[in-house]
Write a protein that binds this ligand. Sequence first.
Ligand SMILES: Nc1ncnc2c1ncn2[C@@H]1O[C@H](COP(=O)(O)OP(=O)(O)O)[C@@H](O)[C@H]1O
Ligand SMILES: O=C(CO)[C@@H](O)[C@H](O)COP(=O)(O)O
Length: 476
Amino acid sequence: MSTEHESAPGSGELVAGIDSSTQSTKVVVCDAASGEVLRSASAEHHDGTEIDPEVWWNALCRATDGLLDGVSAIGVGAQQHGLVALDADGAVVRPALLWNDTRSAEAAERITAEFGGAAAVAGMTGTVPVASLTVAKLRWMAEHEPRLADLVTDVVLPHDWLTARLTGGEYVTDRGDASGTGYWSPGEGRYRHDLLARAFGGRSPNTPRVLAPGEPAGTTPSGVLVSAGTGDNMAAALGLGIAPGDVVVSLGTSGTVFACSGTATGDPTGTVAGFADATGRFLPLVCTLNAARVLTSTAELLGTDNAGFDRLARSAEPGAGGLTLLPYLDGERTPNLPGATGTLHGLCRDNMTPENLARAAVEGMLCGLAEGLDALRGQDVPVRRVLLIGGAARSEAVRRVAPGIFGVPVTVPRQAEYVALGAARQAAWSLAGTDRPPEWPLATEVDLPVDDESDGARIRQAHRSTLHRMHPGVHG
Ligand SMILES: Nc1ncnc2c1ncn2[C@@H]1O[C@H](COP(=O)(O)OP(=O)(O)O)[C@@H](O)[C@H]1O
Ligand SMILES: O=C(CO)[C@@H](O)[C@H](O)COP(=O)(O)O
């Protein structure tokens, strides 16, 4: 466990936000009125694509140990989509299957066809099922673990499970996280139990009650208010307080590109997931499976750490001497290539240097996300600037390369755990009982202009031609 920061408490009420993401749990304690972060801590999870939810609970307990004194309300943001399948006694029937587990890829294809095809299902739930979605994981379970599937009475998501652990009460969720299941309609604001039953062998298990934005979930046994919680990307949007024209690019385990929108989307190509947000609006989002770990794995290969990797990447020329990396190290979700592996293209004796390899990793990761920005534009989402967050946004190399590849100015907000901050802001909202969340100012660390678009365009073109050479079926 690490406690990262401590300063004098503010005068007002305190709220806490938790981010239970893929690699770790982070906690911030904030002043409820201003959002100023007063205390923070984190605890690691172990690697893998399935995990016993007790690991999240233990990490939450370690990270919050001694941190919550004086806190009046708490909120949980957590990784989206994970399947927590429970039996009649409330016990998990198997470890949770996470968003980055690709075993459900064929199941996703089958249910998309059964639901009437991509356009039809995008119209019903906003999102075309891929391996990540809860609905695909349920089908996989029904097909491959039928005896366990028979035991399932309730299906909840990671944040629902943690929230209920805090309250000791019924399972509840919010519209943001519910929208990532594949059996909830953001446009209609209701579950599609018919789709859930069709995916799960004809039977629809219980699903958590969907709370209204700002509605509390309950209290802890010691009387601390617990807010509804939400998915991690929805929490980040709330933590950043994004406005029209702002698009968030989050470089965590996943790479996500998202914006808030007043209208529900339903992209029939499946690239843009039509999620809901935590405030009553919508959150069109593109997700890649390979982001920060592309950099950390390349650093490991090169025998260096994050700082050394950064120095290498920054000393190579734009275009990495002709190297392109398709960084599908864990398969890929966008483009939908769950079984893919990575490709390093264009090697010759002259360009085969650690510097070029590091730079190709940065460019390859960012090119995938730039495709996401284009896909959002295709859904009429305005893209005026990118807000860059997540672990890999700390990388100086990423910061230098991103504006050129994205073709729009990039703002790096002041370093903070924005998922945890958004969960804390939701807690402050529930505590205040107001119609809207409290206004918390967003501080900027640096604004990065686009200084050489032509490099970015050239790099993206090289990335696209490698993609089409290796995966000719991918459109775009
Ligand atoms: N300076 C850096 N350069 C590259 N990657 C970094 C840097 N700092 C942290 N990371 C990586 O960011 C990732 C964690 O990011 P985070 O947003 O917390 O992920 P998640 O929310 O998915 O758990 C880790 O893989 C970590 O190694
Ligand atoms: O599946 C998605 C979004 O649809 C992921 O963004 C997960 O929500 C996990 O996020 P991180 O652990 O990378 O923050």
